[in-house]
Design a protein around this ligand. Structure first.
Ligand SMILES: C=C1C[C@]23C[C@@]1(O)CC[C@H]2[C@@]12CC[C@H](O)[C@@](C)(C(=O)O1)[C@H]2[C@@H]3C(=O)O
Ligand code: AKG
Ligand code: FE2
Length: 359
């Protein structure tokens, strides 16, 4: 969708903007960035300027295991390819996919859509439906950070993949559906291979991960003038079975490996796959949901899009093996606990809340 088409589509809603004096209007109207410095002023004023060394120090760059997915088509190579996927999920919790079959033109159209949507004025993103993305799905910063270490200098659209309610599908919805269909197919393929590695035929995943519980997350990381004091996205593990991420050339994604942060080298042709909390619990710790974060960048804005493979809320995650590390829990219970912790303490606790011996 070109910028002209987008502005045309938005033209119908521009008069809805709040009436402000010209200079305010100038500020309000055009600034796409969320008001981080203003909103979290108390934190910036009260916390020392000292930048946290582990954030300032450049983490070493690594080549994530790269899996060439076309090997699955070869008679002889398919089994080895599956073993490589299981090994990466177990030792790294992360791997990259080459020859994944998602067209680069689709990836480019998603990036272009993100650039157009996120460049709209913050006021509009926060208060109005932008194309068919509603303001409830627009997130930015962190709900109630206690310290700057808990603040994420980023904004995101969280897009549930329930079948589109609107009959007239806008071009946005088309692009989203095309992309999420491709991601869903890949995610189910990988989940099936990982489940097979656990001696299960994977139907448990495919039957429970209907598309209406998985979701897309469009991320934008605005340029950050206080780079050494905040993250683009705070360290976290994902609340999913697995996540497929496409980052752009700017880079900044880091993951924890052997107690050290390492930077994932951007590779425009590859998709990044990371194991989420639910696969770690279900596999009883065989597959690892690894902490990752995004570093803020003073000069360049960064975009990424993530697809989260999630089961329905009533699906019970029960460890396959004994003794179970985690007690069984429903995905709904898990999500609820994560949200409670994020709202209450400013960060996600995650699986540590569900250790078996806690019962
Ligand atoms: C502030 C937070 C919300 C989040 C957990 C976190 O501490 C940082 C990352 C956020 C994220 C990103 C990916 C997923 O959408 C999510 C569910 C997750 O696992 O980590 C969200 C968390 C959330 O919104 O609950
Ligand atoms: O932007 C990235 O590269 C990673 C985003 C991420 O970790 C997430 O959305 O959970
Ligand atoms: Fe993540």
């Amino acid at each position: 969708m070109s910028r002209e088409e987008l502005m045309e589509e938005l033209g119908k809603t521009t008069e809805a903007l709040p009436s402000q004096s010209v200079e305010d209007q100038g500020t309000v109207l055009m600034d796409p960035d969320p008001p981080f410095l203003k909103t979290y002023k108390a934190l910036f004023d009260s916390q020392p300027e000292s930048s946290d060394t582990d954030q300032a120090a450049e983490a070493e760059e690594c080549e994530l295991p790269l899996i060439d997915l076309s090997r699955l088509n070869g008679e002889s190579e398919a089994e080895q390819c599956k073993r490589d996927i299981m090994a990466a999920a177990s030792e790294w919790g992360f791997f990259q996919l080459g020859n994944h079959g998602v067209s680069s033109s689709l990836l480019d159209r998603i990036r272009e859509l993100q650039a157009n949507v996120f460049r709209l004025p913050f006021e509009k993103k926060a208060s109005e439906k932008v194309m068919d993305l509603s303001p409830e799905n627009y997130r930015w910063g962190t709900p109630r950070p206690i310290s700057l270490r808990q603040l994420s200098w980023s904004e995101a659209y969280h897009i549930p993949l329930t079948p589109a309610t609107s009959v007239t599908k806008t071009s946005t919805r088309h692009i989203m559906e095309e992309f999420s269909t491709a991601m869903s197919w890949l995610a189910h393929l990988l989940a099936g291979i990982l489940a097979e590695g656990m001696g299960h035929d994977g139907t448990y995943i495919t039957e429970n991960c209907t598309c209406d519980s998985s979701y897309l997350r469009l991320n934008r990381y605005p340029p950050c003038p206080v780079k050494d004091r905040v993250f683009g996205l705070v360290p976290h593990t994902d609340t999913s079975f697995l996540t497929i991420v496409r980052q752009d050339q700017v880079g900044g994604l880091q993951l924890m490996k052997d107690g050290r942060w390492i930077t994932v080298k951007p590779n425009a042709d590859a998709l990044i796959v990371n194991i989420g909390d639910l696969f770690q619990a279900w596999s009883n710790g065989v597959y690892k949901s690894v902490e990752h974060r995004v570093m803020s960048n003073p000069q360049q804005e960064r975009f990424s899009v993530a697809y989260f493979l999630c089961p329905s809320y009533d699906t019970v995650i029960r460890s396959l093996a004994e003794p179970a590390i985690y007690r069984k829990f429903s995905f709904g219970e898990y999500r609820q606990q994560v949200q409670e912790d994020v709202r209450g303490t400013g960060h996600k606790v995650g699986l540590a809340r569900f250790l078996a011996q806690n019962t």
